[in-house]
Design a protein around this ligand. Sequence first.
Ligand SMILES: *[C@@H]1O[C@H](CO)[C@@H](O)[C@H](O)[C@H]1NC(C)=O
Ligand SMILES: *[C@@H]1O[C@H](CO)[C@@H](O)[C@H](O)[C@H]1NC(C)=O
Ligand SMILES: *[C@@H]1O[C@H](CO)[C@@H](O)[C@H](O)[C@H]1NC(C)=O
Ligand SMILES: *[C@@H]1O[C@H](CO)[C@@H](O)[C@H](O)[C@H]1NC(C)=O
Ligand SMILES: *[C@@H]1O[C@H](CO)[C@@H](O)[C@H](O)[C@H]1NC(C)=O
Length: 941
Amino acid sequence: MGMLHIFIQIAIALLVFTHTKSCTQASTQTNGTVKKCIAHERSALLTFRAGLSDPANRLSSWEGGNCCQWKGVQCSNTTGHVVKLDLQGPDLNCDVQVLGGKISSSLIGLQHLQYLDLSCNRFNKEQIPEFLGSLHGLRYLDLSQSSFVGRIPPQLGNLSNLRYLNLNSIVGHSVDITWLSRLSSLQHLDMSWVNLSTITNWVSVVNKLPSLVSLDLSSCKLSTSPDSLLHSNLTSLESLSISANQFHKRIAPNWFWDLRSLKQLDVSFSQLHGPFPYELGNMTSLVQLDLSENNLVGMIPSNLKNLCNLEDLSLYKNNINGSITEFFNRLPSCSWNKLKRLFLPSSNLTGSLPAKLEPFRNLAWLYLSDNKLTGPVPLWVGQLSNLAELDLSSNNLDGALHEGHLSGLVNLERLSLADNSIAIRVNSTWVPLFNLTELELRSCPLGPKFPTWLRWQTNIKNLDISNTSISDMVPDWFWTTASSVDTLNMRTNQMSCFLSPKIELMRASGMDLSSNQFSGPIPKLSINLTDLDLSRNNFYGPLPLEFGAPMLETLFLYDNLISGTIPSSLCKLRRLRFLDLTGNKLTGTLPDCQDYESTTNMTGLNIRILSLRNNSLSGEFPLVFQYCQQLRFLDLSYNQFVGTLDSWIGNKLPSLAFMRLRHNKFCGHIPLGLTNLINLQYLDLAYNNLSGIIPKSIVNWKGMALRDEKDDESYDAMSSGISFDTNEMVEFNDNFTVVTKGQEQLYQGEIIYMVNLDLSFNNLTGEIPSEICTLVALNNLNLSWNAFSGKIPEKIGDLVQVESLDLSHNELSGEIPTSLSALTYLSHLNLSYNNLSGKIPSGNQLQVLDDQASIYVGNQGLCGPPLTKKCPEINLGPAAPEDHKDGSDNIFLFLGMSSGFVMGLWSAFCIFLFKTKWRNVCFTFYDASYDWVYVWLRCRR
Ligand SMILES: *[C@@H]1O[C@H](CO)[C@@H](O)[C@H](O)[C@H]1NC(C)=O
Ligand SMILES: *[C@@H]1O[C@H](CO)[C@@H](O)[C@H](O)[C@H]1NC(C)=O
Ligand SMILES: *[C@@H]1O[C@H](CO)[C@@H](O)[C@H](O)[C@H]1NC(C)=O
Ligand SMILES: *[C@@H]1O[C@H](CO)[C@@H](O)[C@H](O)[C@H]1NC(C)=O
Ligand SMILES: *[C@@H]1O[C@H](CO)[C@@H](O)[C@H](O)[C@H]1NC(C)=O
């Protein structure tokens, strides 16, 4: 969370670049002693207005004779000329309220105009009009963030009275800014976010502006920065921001160190390197200094004692690589009472915080997260009475905080001690004076008692007390206290109790109570909830009939004791992406959602990841998946599902990449349709009653055939345009066991990298199709305990990624292909109990596998090492007996007899009903009838 905070800081900083001034203030007009408007100026204004588009009617007051009373218009008290035109758009977010259209040259009629503000509007893709350069009276010109594009007209250089110029975010490439040097009265210049990448002389141009007080050229793609200025005109410059440029040079020498008048210097994100500059010591006016995100190395210089005005210091993400005590000692002591903000996360600060320190009386923000600080938090922290935010997260701090550390922090709003070993030991009756909005204590040893002082923190938006060794009942007041949190994280504790019905009234959008001892039924959820993790608890009873959280996207309830059926109200959770009910006691069939599908005009469910593993669910392969076009990961393993795998699976689940159906009672054969799942990379059908052959069309499983990440693009292109966000899976850290290399292995998110085909423990027959050798991305191939016959495919050695290969307990015959020795990743091989014969191939990986003999045991005809049986001098290779006793003959016989009848019937039916596309339809019907007949025979034996 410390990092998150830093990112927010950066985001805010970036916003500040783009938003250099507030765009929210609406112009108001005091009429006072209003002069009458001058007629030709009035008509100039009306012509100007006519060119504008004004969808929100912001200029509705622009009528009537006295234009001096129009909104945004201001006339001189003495002469009556229009002197000010302030049409700044409202808040950037209120896009609809902006002005657009064309800027009429009639504005030239306002020759006394001193102030023109058109910022924060949308003059879509218009160039800045050149004629603005003839409004010689202009002192203030703001065209920022109004979607102007193209060249900035050099005519603006004629505005010699200009004091203020803001061209922030003009989109375009400025090739020449020498015109700027003619604006000799200019005090404030903002050209941030204007592309000045080709301009090398920018410093000498701005050096011609002796009145300049503030200069903002951040994010201008500047690449040059001279070491020094021979003669500096910039004696009044107080604020310089050249952050987020690409100077690629040492931080010193650099021209800006000569600017002794600077109060604010921001050169963050500018690719500067070297040690912290000694020149800093001369910058006695500095109030605010930001050197963040450069590659500066080493301690700050020792000569800072005259920086007595310093209030705000940001050195985030440099490599100070020295002790925090030394760092504090080098901060100018004369500024200690002025310092408001110290921003030092990720700065490689070491050592413990000094035990004694003259407190920084004004310090409001202290960020020391993600350093290497050790030892206890000293008591002086408690004297920082102005502190609003304290972030010490991700260090190695320890010891305890008690009342003395906390009672004085009356203004504290945000406290993060996360990922340290800091305990909080306060009296159970202690009432803090602060009212926090954010509290992160992750991994701090708070327990075993639930912290009672939390009771008074009723304003918290973000509360993280995960992994804090709390082993206690959650007091009922807590759910009231937490009723206004946005995110609540209490995972990995030993908290117990039923969840209070008050949960329904909470505002939270995210709650993680996983890995605790919570029990009782799952209560109705609150309406704002999007992410809920209650996994690894003792919840029991049925799922709520109404979840009550229509926005829910993530619902993790795995490893609980939940029983009963899955309610059909789940069909209403249209945003649900991740659902994990693994390891419960659920029974019955899945709702088919058909009612919801026909009564709503929404198209399907949004579910991506679904795991129902390890329950007692039953019924056929659930029809609800017909509405789950987005489904990527499906785990129904270890349940009681029955019936056949239908061909529609291949057509209705185009995104499916992982299908785990292990340990169910599916029967029938592997339908051809299943091979339409081109994204399939993980298929586990082990321990079912599947029969028949492996179809040759498995070559379609591109997910198992594409080898490296480089192929991802083609992979996505093929996957019917639905791309797989792998991060989704990585975040999802349920544990999966995968049987590979002869044992169960535990996987978490990394399962997404596994390519697996496991058909073991079924009744599959026929030859192993040679097409299997095209699935070259396979890591694990397990066909054991079936009735496969014929030879091992010759090209088995093409499966170069295979780590585990198990063909044991089949009826395979013939010789072992020598290509097997090409499998260099192979670490587990089992060919035992087949009818293999001939000489065992040798070489490479085959030689180093463990337990050599057991790989080949139970094959009468095999000879040569590692077996003791010697091979005959001339190996004739005993012919494999070609007997098909496996019953598939019967099926084909039956089909042969009946298919004439069946096909005849279907064909007539098809032609009669479906004249168009009859071929397709009938093909499908034929496939289905084949399925049906086959299954009828197999499943009813
Ligand atoms: C400003 O002008 C409006 C419209 O003429 C009038 O209603 C209002 O009273 C004036 N305000 C002042 C302060 O004179
Ligand atoms: C014009 O008059 C208003 C109202 O009396 C006053 O606030 C403002 O300062 C005057 N402006 C000038 C330029 O004198
Ligand atoms: C300083 O500014 C003046 C006035 O704009 C200008 O004439 C002079 O050349 C500038 N000096 C340098 C070194 O640019
Ligand atoms: C400014 O700093 C530089 C480098 O440390 C030093 O050489 C110079 O004397 C200082 N100038 C003043 C005016 O202090
Ligand atoms: C911190 O300092 C160590 C040397 O003590 C260095 O190896 C490491 O790269 C530094 N870390 C960062 C983020 O600069």
